[in-house]
Ligand binder design. Sequence first.
Ligand SMILES: NC(=O)c1ccc[n+]([C@@H]2O[C@H](COP(=O)([O-])OP(=O)(O)OC[C@H]3O[C@@H](n4cnc5c(N)ncnc54)[C@H](O)[C@@H]3O)[C@@H](O)[C@H]2O)c1
Length: 404
Amino acid sequence: MPRPVNGDRPPDQEVREAMTDMLAAMDEWGPEKVVCVSDQRTGMRGVLVIDNTARGMGKGGTRMSATLTVEEVARLARTMTWKWAAVDLFHGGAKAGILGDPSAPDKEDVLRAFARALANEVPSEYVFGLDMGLTESDAAIFVDELRDRGAAVGLPRALGGVPYDQLGVTGFGVAEAADAAAQTVGLALKDSRVAIQGFGAVGQAAAERLVELGATIVATSTAAGAVHDAGGIDIARLAALRTEFGDDCVREYGGVQPADAALRVDCDILVPAAREDVIDDAIAAATTARLVVEGANLPTNPSSRAVLHKRGLALVPDFIANCGGIIAAAHSMDARYSAIPVDPDTIFTMISAKVRANVPTVLGESAARDITPHEAATGLAHARVRTAMELRGQRPADVTEVRL
Ligand SMILES: NC(=O)c1ccc[n+]([C@@H]2O[C@H](COP(=O)([O-])OP(=O)(O)OC[C@H]3O[C@@H](n4cnc5c(N)ncnc54)[C@H](O)[C@@H]3O)[C@@H](O)[C@H]2O)c1
């Protein structure tokens, strides 16, 4: 039985319209495959999007959100295609998502239902990973449900995985990107004032590394609110509060403000590290930052990027700044069936080297050709994927504009 659908239209019409939209969204790069799944008993609804596998098996995290859409997952899968190519590692783009509240008490049942529903695709065509709303213990549930150690990456260390959110690999890379970009534009990171939207896995690790590098974190936020202190937030204290109270750490810290305040404070470097589409034209026009480093996926859009570029602000694109997670994921993919765990130092060393090489290349190309950093970085990734498609005989038409 199909589940009840909203609105006055008959259910089959709504399904038909949704299918048409998905087909219309397919372009010369992908997606190659979109698998929507549901389970009546648990109410689970989710989707897997495999975007482009010309350079290797599709790989990208799995997210859980109460507002998830197929389009959102498809956009994120596309970003993964460019991200793997930009960092020059041999996987393709993919992403999966579950529509639901990650703090609901029946989360485990929903995760198990999602894993079972994708048993045909996992792990031969897709391997679960971590993204917003999922943690290392959720990766362990996927592995358990499919009785396959190779079904997920991002497992806790105690199960032989590389716990990259616990290690903070993505946030570490975001901070390294901020340092490399600051050097490129002639800004001293030491004593720079940084605002970070999102104090989750990425935001916290970025904050900790930025503090190590000498920066001052003047604002940060969770969905529960923002904290702002021009003299510098005590990141160690906020991190301890996050361990105990989760998103409510900002309330416990004191002086909580509305959640979007972190995007509007006076700062030198702005790091959106919460979710997509948060920097619109108005914020791009008003920010006092000289540098924006995208910790989250897709926090800007083409219009706000143009505003930032016109104002002369440097922007480090998501797939350049937050590639720490995928570098760790690449190591974890290799180690899934191995008895020997990956050494975290190998991962941190590769992240630092890749990010510090890519950032000046992309910002230099952007300045030299008067194009946005996204256009510069995408051009590089685009050329690599196109070459792979041509070598495999897939021969895409000449594409002049690349969608992100
Ligand atoms: N975890 C990774 O390795 C990784 C890698 C690459 C990209 N990303 C991207 O980084 C972003 C954050 O991921 P994460 O793993 O840190 O997620 P997370 O769930 O650990 O943390 C997200 C943080 O953002 C906050 N937040 C959510 N909505 C907000 C709002 N409206 N205003 C202010 N704060 C808000 C949450 O409260 C939380 O503090 C996502 O866009 C994700 O796709 C994550």
